[in-house]
Design a binder for this molecule. Structure first.
Ligand SMILES: Cc1cc2nc3c(=O)[nH]c(=O)nc-3n(C[C@H](O)[C@H](O)[C@H](O)COP(=O)(O)OP(=O)(O)OC[C@H]3O[C@@H](n4cnc5c(N)ncnc54)[C@H](O)[C@@H]3O)c2cc1C
Length: 484
């Protein structure tokens, strides 16, 4: 019997698992995909998040990256894999949540696995899997040679193929841009009219160069043996292709909500309220059609958002909620708040006051905004880290601008060894000398600082070095021993 079972192993689920570990709770995470963070894995390779590195951090364990303001998908995946190793998190992949029942002393959670339905017994459940890729099904004949994709990772998968992309949002445009940049001719089908993205000058230029086209108001799209057919203005068109990429955004996980409704965790009214929520970012896009200011729209969004506070503080029938449904950023933004909701839930489970940054899980977007450098550093979690300097062809990238910005130095060299060797700053030199795998951050602070003020400055400097890949850390240096 587990103390806690966490449904969904994205950043929110991982945060919940790590917090359980820190509080001595026996926890397991189930993940529908074949790896943790499987939703984020589906974003385009090289995608840069608009949130800076610190917003992804759990317990403020440094996310070492090439530039903290331009964290890539790969760096985020790498970071979470190290957290999973560091805390020895128990995650079952290819386990999909399909049911829940009461049993003696707790709950029985039903999971669909590769080997059929499996039951896991637990005292409590934390649900984090709110939004999934919207896999819109097209009518299709069985014998088709056309392959359908629901996400775009990399142009190489489509090289040499004729590609049709379906979707009106940013993801569809991003897939088009990546493919056109790789020299591919594409056809983008929209249900409605073109929007600002499609009328963007550089997007239009790429269309021209690659002889690609955007087709508006494409209806009744069906897959035939060697491509698709569609209707527009009552005319039928047919296009041959080998691949179709459907980018229909993310959709609320209604299947799971139905399970909770049947289990009386949510009632009919809350169910329909949840089904109607629209993230603030989506509502902002409609601004042109209203006279309301952004502030008024935000207030409106908050007012219409269900307040799920009791699902965080006390849970209902042993079921707790964490993650994107608790704030108006929803699936589009607000990773920091999502992580904090997970940490809060576990703290409430342990009867501790929630120390997380969010004051309440009430749905306000303001809580999403983490000001530059104003984040609270919880040093206790990093004191045992034994940092190492990085010297690698792929990761040692102190860019020229970084050197200019932070140290007023100009250099055309990007090799970290050059940087380390030539930098006149004695403190940085000392940090790198001490970062030999023997000294923990606690030791380094002791050896370099005389006052509290020095400690604060040095911690920020250490983060700075992690954020530029000058320093790194290894999960196995934390005293958990080798993996069993
Ligand atoms: C292109 C793009 C860029 C983005 N950029 C940012 C950004 O810069 N900053 C930001 O804050 N946010 C950004 N977001 C949103 C970001 O993806 C979310 O904030 C983040 O993924 C939320 O993490 P999560 O763990 O709550 O949910 P998810 O990452 O969605 O994780 C939920 C997990 O649950 C799993 N799951 C689903 N159903 C089941 C089931 N039935 N059983 C078991 N497991 C299940 C899923 O496979 C998934 O792995 C972006 C989104 C997109 C699409």
């Amino acid at each position: 019997m587990f103390d806690v079972l966490i449904i969904g192993c994205g950043p929110t689920g991982i945060a919940a698992l790590a917090e359980c570990k820190a509080n001595g709770l026996k926890a397991v995470g189930i993940e529908m995909g074949n790896k943790p963070l499987s939703n984020i894995s589906k974003y385009p390779d090289g995608l840069v998040f608009f949130s800076p590195a610190e917003q992804f951090q759990i317990f403020d364990i440094p996310l070492d990256c090439k530039n903290r303001k331009e964290v890539s998908k790969e760096e985020v995946l790498f970071y979470y894999s190290r957290l999973i190793n560091r805390y020895r998190l128990n995650i079952k992949c290819n386990y999909s949540f399909v049911g829940i029942k009461e049993c003696q002393n707790g709950l029985e959670v039903l999971c669909r696995t590769e080997n059929g339905v499996e039951t896991i017994n637990t005292k409590r459940v934390i649900f984090t899997a709110w939004f999934n890729i919207n896999e819109v099904k097209l009518e299709s004949i069985k014998e088709t040679k056309v392959k359908i994709y629901y996400h775009f990772n990399n142009a190489i998968e489509f090289a040499g193929k004729r590609v049709i992309i379906i979707g009106s949002g940013i993801s569809a445009c991003e897939a088009c841009v990546f493919l056109m940049m790789s020299g591919q001719q594409i056809r983008l089908l929209l249900r409605g009219k073109k929007n600002d993205w499609h009328n963007n000058k550089s997007f239009k230029r790429l269309l021209e160069i690659t002889e690609s086209e955007v087709i508006e108001e494409a209806l009744d799209i069906r897959v035939h043996e060697s491509g698709i057919c569609m209707k527009k203005d009552d005319e039928t068109y047919s296009f041959d292709c080998e691949a179709i990429i459907i980018c229909a955004g993310q959709a609320l996980n209604v299947d799971s909500l139905n399970i909770f409704r049947e289990f009386n965790v949510i009632d009919k009214e809350l169910f329909s309220q949840l089904c109607k929520v629209e993230p603030y970012s989506k509502i902002l896009r409609k601004r042109k059609t209203t006279t309301l200011t952004s502030q008024a729209l935000l207030e409106e969004t908050i007012k219409n958002w269900p307040d799920l506070q009791r699902y965080v503080t006390t849970g209902i029938k042993g079921v707790y909620f964490a993650g994107s449904i608790l704030h108006v950023g929803a699936s589009a933004a607000g990773i920091r708040v999502s992580i904090n909701t997970a940490i809060s839930v576990v703290k409430f489970i342990c009867n501790r006051d929630s120390l997380a940054i969010i004051k309440s899980p009430a749905p306000t977007l303001g809580q999403n905004l983490v000001k530059e450098n104003s984040h609270f550093i919880d040093m206790s979690a990093i004191l045992d880290i034994k940092p190492y300097p990085v010297k690698s062809w792929t990761r040692n990238t102190f860019s020229v601008s970084v050197l200019e910005d932070d140290y007023g130095m100009l250099s055309t060299k990007t090799e970290s060894s050059y940087y380390l060797g030539s930098k006149k700053d004695r403190l940085i030199k000392k940090i790198f000398r001490l970062s030999n795998g023997d000294n923990s951050i606690r030791d380094i602070l002791q050896k370099c600082c005389d006052t509290e003020e020095d400690v604060k400055k040095l911690v920020l400097l250490l983060y700075h070095l992690f954020y530029h890949n000058g320093l790194t850390w290894f999960p196995d240096t934390f005293g958990f021993g080798a993996p069993k």
